[in-house]
Design a protein around this ligand. Structure first.
Ligand SMILES: [Zn+2]
Ligand SMILES: [Zn+2]
Length: 473
């Protein structure tokens, strides 16, 4: 296309020009598309001569210099994943990187949480968050830098470990943005608080860092930003949504009790396996029959364990349930309905009072992620300027969960914005769409972001947003 010979820096200027208020009067003056385009190209080429000093061009040239080491960092992180609450080496690497970039760094702020502060004069305080942890997944991407790591989980079992949610990409972009902002200190004013958060996959880490004094021991942020990989956006693009972006999540454990007996003499016991099976089915009626159609809600029983042998009726079965919603009242309705159904099915099964099921709400819960609309629009303008409007796509909210939301739920009510980062080749996405299949999603053993273009866009996007938000008056 017409702009193909131009640099991204020029493109940013062109787009900034397109957005200014007097655009319309120029449009009238030059009357119409083709004349306007010719005129734009003239302005564009003129500005192009001076654009080497523009912020966009500075980010671009720094990015080109830093990209090889960021991709190398990504591969190291990818090959050395650590489970939630075990992120010792990963956190140490993030601390070292932030120190190297000139941040004042504090470690072990809520588990292995890391906080880096860079003060650069008066202005807003912006928080940027990356997560640190990986998942118990056996990698099957076939990448030359695939993880072969294993680790012991909470129950002492040896499990495979993989960065299947892209947190290694997040860390690489985080380090890249820290380096860029540090090197461009003459172009902004304010304070950066870069945090590396543990235990996101267990939705524990954000609260751990807050409880450890994130907002009292360090400069209190005015706004907070994060990015998250997406499996269905092409690399080079980012995705954004205003308002609710991700769901409330609650994790429940249900202990279904019974009375054990010989498998051949069920009349002598009370079978918790049968009761648990009825419960799994009955719980599916909550969303279909009790929640208002159109109000998003999910109840999934993801784990069921009980018994040891075919001819023994055990005395307990344990279920694990994830519950998702957006509205607080829907969240309450779902949890109350689960308790009611569990108890009443047990009564129907003739379970004695002391054998009623126990429904336990675990610590693994988080509020819905709300992208503050005004702030999100500000971020969108900046992303469109840096990447072009075509590369900033609007995406639908999901029922996934993200404890980044917790940073916006304290009394300070800090505006939040998390944007999505494309990771896949555009051709692979179109091919999958044509075949009516999806590419491997986050948490899949086959999830494989394209490191170089993904990190490049992530650093460019995050750095540009920060530079715009911290622009000198
Ligand atoms: Zn995840
Ligand atoms: Zn994640």
């Amino acid at each position: 296309m017409a702009l193909s010979g131009c640099t991204d820096g020029n493109l940013a200027l062109f787009l900034a020009f397109k957005q200014v208020k007097w655009r319309d009067s120029f449009m009238n003056h030059f009357r119409l598309g083709s004349s306007f385009l010719q005129f734009s190209c003239l302005v564009f080429c003129f500005f192009g001569l001076c654009s080497s000093t523009s912020i966009g061009a500075d980010v671009q040239s720094l990015l080109s210099a830093e990209l090889p080491s960021l991709v190398a960092l990504y591969k190291t992180l990818h090959m050395n994943p650590e489970l939630s609450l075990q992120e010792e080496q990963t956190a140490a690497r993030m601390a070292a990187e932030l120190r190297e970039a000139g941040f004042e760094v504090s470690e072990k702020i809520g588990g292995y949480g890391v906080v880096g502060v860079l003060k650069n004069g008066a202005g807003p305080v912006l928080l940027v968050r990356t997560d640190l942890d990986a998942l118990p997944v056996r990698e099957q991407t076939g990448a030359s830098y695939a993880s072969a790591k294993t680790a012991k989980d909470d129950l002492g079992r040896e499990v495979p470990v993989m960065h299947a949610c892209g947190h290694d990409i997040h860390m690489s972009c985080f380090v890249g943005a820290a380096r860029v902002l540090s090197k461009l200190q003459s172009q902004w004013s304010g304070t950066l608080v870069f945090i590396a958060q543990p235990a996101e996959e267990r939705i524990l880490g954000a609260r751990m860092m807050l409880r450890a004094g994130l907002f009292s021991r360090f400069p209190k942020p005015d706004k907070a930003l994060a990015l998250h990989c997406s499996f269905d956006i092409p690399h080079g693009s980012v995705g954004l949504m205003e308002g609710f972006a991700m769901a409330n999540v609650d994790t429940l454990e249900i202990l279904v009790r019974g009375v054990g007996s010989h498998g051949s003499q069920p009349q002598l016991g009370k079978d918790p396996v049968l009761l648990a099976a009825q419960l799994v089915v009955a719980l599916q009626s909550i969303v279909s029959r009790e929640v208002k159609p159109g109000d998003p809600a999910v109840v999934t029983v993801g784990s069921i364990h009980g018994g040891t042998k075919a001819n023994i009726i055990p005395d307990e079965v344990r279920l694990q349930v994830t519950v998702r919603s957006y509205k607080a009242e829907t969240r309450e309705l779902l949890i109350a309905a689960i308790r009611r159904i569990a108890e009443n099915l047990a009564l129907a099964a003739g379970m004695p009072a002391e054998k009623m099921p126990e429904v336990i709400l675990t610590q693994e819960s988080a509020a819905a992620l709300y992208n503050t609309p005004e702030f999100t629009r500000e971020v969108r303008r900046s992303l469109e300027g840096a990447l072009t409007p075509e590369r900033v796509v609007s995406v639908e909210p999901t029922m996934g969960a993200e404890d980044f939301a917790e940073f916006g739920t304290t009394k300070e009510k800090i505006p939040l914005c998390m944007f999505r980062l494309g990771t896949q080749p555009a051709e692979a996405l179109s091919e999958a769409k044509a075949k009516k299949v999806t590419l491997p999603s986050l948490h899949s053993p086959f999830f494989k972001p394209e490191p170089e273009p993904t990190i490049k866009t992530g650093v460019q996007a995050m750095s540009s947003v920060l530079l715009d938000l911290l622009k000198k008056p």
